[in-house]
Design a protein around this ligand. Sequence first.
Ligand code: GLA
Length: 724
Amino acid sequence: MILCDKGLFTLHTKNTTYQMKANSYGVLLHTYYGPRVSGCDLSYRIQYTDRSFAPNPDEDGGSRLFSLDAMPQEYSTCGVGDYRLPSLELELPCGSRSADLRYKSFRLEPGKYALEGLPAFRGPEGETLVVVLEDAAAQVDVELWYGVLEDYDIITRAVKIINRGGKTVKIRQAASLCLDFQRGDLDLITFDGKHVLERCPNRAPLVPGTRSVGSVRGTSSHQHNPFVILCEHDAGEDHGLCFAACLLYSGNFEAAVERAQFEDTRLVMGVHPYHFCWPLAPGESFTAPEAALCCSKEGFSTLSHRLHRCIRERLIQNPWAGQPQRVLINNWEATMFDFDAERLIKIAESAAPMGIGLFVMDDGWFGARDTDTAGLGDWTVNGRKLPGGLEALVPRIKALGMDFGIWIEPEMVNEDSELYREHPDWALHIPGRSKVRGRQQLVLDFSRKDVRDRVYGDLKKVLSSADISYVKWDMNRSLATAWSAALPAERQGEVYHRYVLGVYDMLEQMRRDFPSVLIEGCSGGGGRFDAGMLYYTPQIWCSDNTDAIDRLRIQYGTSFCYPVGTMGAHVSAVPNAQTGRSVPIETRGLVAMSGTFGYEMDLGQTTEEEKEIIRRQISFFKEHCKLIQEGDYYRLSDPFQNGPYTAWQQVSPDKREALVSIVTGTAHGAPPFLNLRLKGLDPALCYHVNDEGSYPGDVLMEAGWPLPMPWDDYQSAQLYLSAV
Ligand code: GLA
């Protein structure tokens, strides 16, 4: 619900309230974000006080009581007296780098807005408020867009900047959100890591000054995720006030938090200002990507439940939604580049009787691709490996009762490729500087439509040549030398953002042309696992690390924002290729099952006993897929604590079913007696627990369930609960 009253804007969701107010000088102040409160004017909390060294704008008229530097701003500016983190920085024709905004008007629009060329949570439900601010000197309007997804407790924001003047103005920074708090006693949680260990939560109390995470790699990155949480010091899974901010963007981003001098805090999140400069000619506009906000006063579980539901129902667009989930087999870890049609068929033949419904052919099927030094860019089938092409291979896979999927990496080119020999200038490069390779490959200039058209044209032929219903869209290096031969010198600051827009454009085109193809995102595993990609690719390969014990950490961190059904997770062979660890097949299956679920190994190489276990895993997953992927997700322990076990739980929305997954750590002599307290059950219902009797929900939640005694490392157990 959106209420507008003389410059006071109140946004209510079911459980939260967000408010801002234009004061008598026209400065838009942020008055409140938190648990839902009645709709009074909360600006009484903002005190007008004389603060030394806090400059006073002209309107203050000498009273010295009003300063931008001392008040919570809705969209912070720079160069005119607010020294905290800016959201907007303009470079004016005179050379000044500043911005100063005053309230101009507002409008309400029906439904939740969409953004052209950018991902955004979808309507049609929801409401849109647009508050228009103006920088009179720059002759620039700044439209702050708010989407209210009331039922989901999500408020989205986007920003549109319009040049209303007669001269070009350069945008140096345009954040998607600014959120001020009149308190400094908060913790910041960021989700950080590296290739093969992504999204590990790091929590620390704010100290005076700024902490910022982000990416300047051209992708959202393995290193930091465009998702952060701010919370009270004592907030935990089940209690405490917490706020989440999530950016729907897959390129360079920054999330910066400043604890400032008056114990106030500012969060600014958006496209990273690094190498960003966007000249805005008269009449032109620029749209900053969408960010989403969520708040819970009941801790992280509720925060995650709200985000998960909104992402599932209003962000991802899965053409296979509502149909039985297809368990997948992928040949990569089994074969790497070394395969031909017969080897693939053999893998498929051993997978089909297990109940696997989707065969995915990974890297190596095209051009002269026998190693990672050649072939990228040449999207034609390698006739030596696949004689007769996909036209011959796919019907053979289909005849086994499986659908067919394919790996692509459209954004890349190897120098040893036909495409590169034809168009060496199509790779991002800086004139006069030597090349910078990553995994032996260069990055195509996806800011250019001609480049995208060529690559897409080739891919379209492949995707049309056979019955393909799944695509794994990979991206295996970070950008460097991000200079485009198609843009003049003064517009090179657009390249990183235009690159991302180009990726989105091609993804959108592919979704339009192949509406029944499920696209899985990937970037060396989880290097581009963000809400922007999820709009186009409803699932993303979570990590190249398939070791089940490391996955406990990766999937735990990922779960704070992203639902289980978006996390690509497969069982692979042991010893694991990343860690050398051998984890029992039961445990590998249980961990991968809390994801999209698939296998990435040659099942023909497994023992009869393992085959039987795999068959049972697949049928269990199929039976409980809805509960696993759409149930409310509870983290029952923190795997980073190296405790005796890691556990998590899914509960169906009606609370009549639940699944508890437990993985033990390393075994020790004389293990303690431990009881695991379950969550989210109906205290008044009685539940069957596996075949081991029936127990009341309150008992299971308060007294707990005895954990099995571990015998050996990394054992696992599943408890399936159904209401009596
Ligand atoms: C990336 C992906 C892997 C695999 C390889 C193929 O690393 O994350 O899953 O597809 O590329 O080259």
